[in-house]
Design a binder for this molecule. Sequence first.
Ligand code: HEC
Length: 145
Amino acid sequence: MRLRILQSALLTLAAMIGVSALCTSPTAAAQGSADIYKDVYNGWKWWHVYCYRCHGQDAVGGALAPNLIDPNEKLPLKDFLIIVRNGNPEKGMQAWDKLLDDKQIGQLFTYVRARADKVLPPGRPDEVGPKKGPWIPPQGWTGQK
Ligand code: HEC
């Protein structure tokens, strides 16, 4: 009798673990994609407050500063952080470390990388997805290459 209760308890436990294992993977994937979307959206927002007047709308470059979405000149996050924090004042690029923290600069990086990798079309990330709704990051794209 006691054994049977134990057995059924174990079965119940196994079923619970099985079910939760099935549930976690899609949830985790959705979470990852939602986080990427948030970073890209926030990056786009900072971009259009602080950067676009020189580097151009949608990061395509302008008269005052280079295009940052040349696929052959993608900067790694580490270099992007250093350049944006410290700028290059003699060449016309100011330092941003007083106005932007590393989280914001990281979001800018993800936005710029999405444009350079050509996974994000021009425009507002909340309007360039299916049915003019939010953009959906392609499966497997993390922006951190
Ligand atoms: C006042 C104009 C101006 C603004 C505003 C500006 N930049 Fe720049 N930026 C430049 C110029 C000019 C250069 C090129 C400097 C050089 O020749 O080394 C540059 C270079 C860069 C580079 C290095 C590009 C490379 O390939 O070496 C990055 C990254 C960058 N800017 C990011 C940003 C970000 C992010 C913002 C917004 C927070 C921003 N910039 C705002 C003028 C600007």
